[in-house]
Write a protein that binds this ligand. Structure first.
Ligand SMILES: Cc1ncc(COP(=O)(O)O)c(C=O)c1O
Length: 392
């Protein structure tokens, strides 16, 4: 019998996410009130200003034609202004920016546009799942960079075998990171750029969480490093920074030939982002430049509730400087999957087992701060009670 499911589909993602969804359904079917801290989907809407811009735009008959796949010039021009404002980096909207239907769109297609089957690419472990899935789609051999706590979850560049460094096409990095909520400094990026120059390597940096940082920390762009535009591209998303996940709008900027390659691939696949959504994106970036309050404040409070609450309950977890996630090292005697399952069945709280993001994630769970404060307090209380029970 002919099979209508390609072999590559089976290699795409970790099966753990569907397993957790199945657990959640079983628990909810028992009538238990489930608090979902699993998937990192923003729970709040965009600002009123952004919603109004979208409403006005959809009333304009001019927005209903095909958009251009690289995005409107006015969106790219606003991106360039925002980059200058936020990172003091100059970008040419004509050649150094491509608009995306979410950064997932760009991350999924980048490998196909800049590599050939059989090439090698370095990706982080643990890492956001599309990084390795995009390599499966492109027929690429992954080299996993282990990210470990003792190294502040940064890759140890010196431990990469020289032959891997020589043959690899690009290295993918993500700071602030999902799932680790680790951050990087500009000094680290300088070392990465030196390394990239030495090995003629492209650096692909995913900066999806640039505006979600706490305690006064402002995540840097790798493009702030002098000369980085020769060896790096960077992804940004309006999904998290401006609560626009459902709008599907993001962009990639940096090295011109890489921007060009992604544009060419995308011009064969899609016709770009709905113009009305691009106008809403412009409104969001302009509002940010005018100094409106960022989403960070909301998540900083949520982080404090969860970290301090769980610490008081005896679970000594690290306090992240950024992102909507807590990467919690689990108590001795459990696997990530066992404890996630137990927290769901006993406390009704969904968390994601760390190994869903790669084998280095074993020993951790990811908690997403995607509920309002009262629900988070409730989740902390329930997890605290669970921890007390298992101690007895
Ligand atoms: C690190 C990271 N990159 C990219 C994305 C994709 O975001 P979007 O496609 O909504 O821009 C996500 C979403 O969770 C993410 O966590």
């Amino acid at each position: 019998m002919k099979q209508f499911q390609s072999k590559r589909l089976a290699e795409l993602g970790s099966a753990i996410f569907s397993e957790v969804a199945q657990w959640k359904k079983e628990v909810a079917d028992r009538g238990i009130d489930v608090i979902d801290l699993g998937i990192g989907s923003p729970d709040r809407p965009p600002s009123q200003n952004v919603i109004r811009a979208l409403q006005q735009a959809v009333s304009d008959p001019a927005v209903y034609g095909y958009p251009t796949s690289e995005g409107s010039f006015s969106f790219r021009e606003t991106v360039a202004k925002w980059y200058k404002h936020r990172f003091r980096v100059e970008l040419n909207p004509e050649t150094e920016i491509v608009t995306l239907m979410g950064s997932q769109d760009g991350l999924a297609h980048l490998a196909m546009s800049v590599t050939d089957p059989g090439d090698t690419v370095m990706v982080p472990d643990p890492g956001y799942p599309i990084y390795s899935a995009s390599l499966v789609l492109a027929g690429i051999t992954p080299y996993y960079l282990p990210l470990r706590e003792e190294n502040e979850f940064l890759p140890d560049l010196d431990s990469i075998p020289p032959d891997v460094a020589e043959k690899a096409k690009f290295m993918l990095l993500n700071y602030p990171s999902n799932p680790l909520s680790a951050v990087a400094t500009l000094d680290f990026f300088k070392r990465v750029v030196d390394y990239a120059e030495k090995h003629e390597l492209l650096i692909v940096h995913d900066l999806a969480y640039s505006e979600m940082a706490f305690d006064g920390f402002r995540p840097p762009s790798i493009l702030e490093v002098e000369g980085a535009k020769n060896c790096a591209v960077e992804f940004h998303s309006l999904s998290k920074s401006f609560n626009m996940a459902g709008c599907r709008i993001a962009f990639m900027v940096g090295r011109q030939d890489v921007v060009q390659s992604l544009r060419i691939l995308k011009s064969n696949i899609d016709y770009g982002v709905f113009v009305a959504v691009q106008r809403a994106g412009i409104a969001a970036l302009e509002e940010d430049m005018a100094g409106s309050r960022s989403v960070a404040e909301v998540y900083e409070k949520r982080r404090d509730i969860v970290v301090e609450g769980l610490r008081a309950a005896g679970w000594n977890i690290a306090k992240p400087k950024a992102t909507m996630f807590i990467w919690a090292r689990i108590p001795e005697g459990w696997t990530s999957r066992q404890i996630s399952r137990e927290i769901l069945y006993a406390a009704g709280v969904v968390v994601i087992p760390g190994d869903a993001f790669g084998q280095e994630g074993e020993g951790y769970v990811r908690i997403a701060l995607v509920q309002e404060e009262d629900r988070l307090r409730e989740a902390v209380e329930r997890i605290g009670a669970f921890l007390q029970n298992v101690k007895k």
